[in-house]
Design a protein around this ligand. Sequence first.
Ligand SMILES: Cc1cc2nc3c(=O)[nH]c(=O)nc-3n(C[C@H](O)[C@H](O)[C@H](O)COP(=O)(O)OP(=O)(O)OC[C@H]3O[C@@H](n4cnc5c(N)ncnc54)[C@H](O)[C@@H]3O)c2cc1C
Length: 447
Amino acid sequence: MTTFKTPTLSRRAFVGGVTAGLLTPGFAAYAQLPSNPDVVVIGAGAAGLAATRELMDRGLEVVMIEADGRIGGRAYTDMTTFGVPYDVGAHWLHADSANPYNRYGRDNGFTIYPAKDEWRYFDKNNNEVSEDEGDKIWDDLSDMYRAIGRASDGGRDISAAEATSSVTGPWAATAAFNIGPWSMAKDMTDFSTSDWWNTPDAGPDWFCTEGFGTLVAHYGAGIPVSLNTKATKIDWSGDGVTVETNQGTISAKAVIVTVSTGVLAAGDIEFSPALPDNKQQSFSDISMGTYNHIALQFSKDVFEMGNDGYLIYQVADDGKAFGTLSNAGGHGLAYCDVGGSWATELEQQSVEARIDYALSKLRDLLGSDIDQAFIKGDATSWGQNPLTRGSYASAEPGAYRMRQVLRNSVGDRIFFAGEACHPSQWATVAGAHLSGQSVASNVAREL
Ligand SMILES: Cc1cc2nc3c(=O)[nH]c(=O)nc-3n(C[C@H](O)[C@H](O)[C@H](O)COP(=O)(O)OP(=O)(O)OC[C@H]3O[C@@H](n4cnc5c(N)ncnc54)[C@H](O)[C@@H]3O)c2cc1C
């Protein structure tokens, strides 16, 4: 997820490579699934890892279970597909020093560097426009920011599309693409103005040369986890909780659930007795958007912006477009990112078709010479991943107040953490980490 250069709003970011040792952290696995810990943590993404470490530091016995065969969840760096760090999920370190991974990376030998502000703009006829001309997008973008702010401040928690309908400048569709699909992973019709507006800008974005997923895996190395262990049911009819998994049953005093709202809304984990109606409603009201990378590898910098430049083109009214981070981390990878309903629609196409789609548009913009430098591509499908059921979450129009409901614990023994539970840094790895840490310290105090 990314945003245009934004003086007032900066919500998403990208990658880069270090020592071989850092790229292959080892996991600590339980020899046997412990049966009576104080707390069970479900999910070993950024939130679950931070929660487990916090609980362990406070002297509690914890069992963290993870349905997948690896840790990291939506923050994972694939070193195999391209032979260079490829962040299949999160790539930007948002929120400057408010992102704990910024400091963690520096302290642990990673290369953390600021995202730069270099852009190339193209118009509807695929002609490059001057930066001054391209900056006219700011007129429409600023108008949209103001319109969303007015709606939210006026107590109208409506869709961003409704709030911005009067903005009709030449770059309006491009501005909407930035705020909606490229940032929120949703079309403008599908998210709440209040949710968006009440998220403070936490500062500039940064990159990690070795990959954001590598950073998260490094943090998680050594934290015990039971991989390939899927929670299917949480029974809280008694004093504590009993978590049923495909590897057996674990009884504990409390559970911290860190799976996405997509997984919760789908009912993949049964609660017995059922959770209160309002709580269940919060899972679908803070709904998942779809955001995917179409990653293209080139043997040289065909974008001619050095490392980590941005390429955007004027978006047509149908909103079917992608924004590009070029030559990420100097590794020759371009992230052509799609979001919202167009990303969902594209998931129905083959990976090859999606690569062709992105390559063909870039050919229109940059010329057919790029073909000689093209090596290979890949495309992610987070909407179809059964362990996430989407990319990251935001409130449906009118449902901003349900953020708080999502965060609330149930019965003093079922706690919820994860990106969607953070009050301001939701949809980010930092938010997931901070949410896990904070919920765990509350749990430790209560137990
Ligand atoms: C394509 C993409 C790009 C993104 N870009 C950025 C970015 O640039 N910067 C940024 O900060 N954020 C970005 N994000 C968002 C960020 O990745 C997430 O907000 C964050 O990683 C979520 O962490 P989490 O711990 O809340 O959830 P997750 O990472 O989803 O962790 C939950 C874990 O629970 C596991 N699980 C699911 N069901 C079960 C079950 N039944 N039993 C046991 N385990 C289960 C899952 O496998 C998963 O590992 C992006 C996300 C995507 C998909």
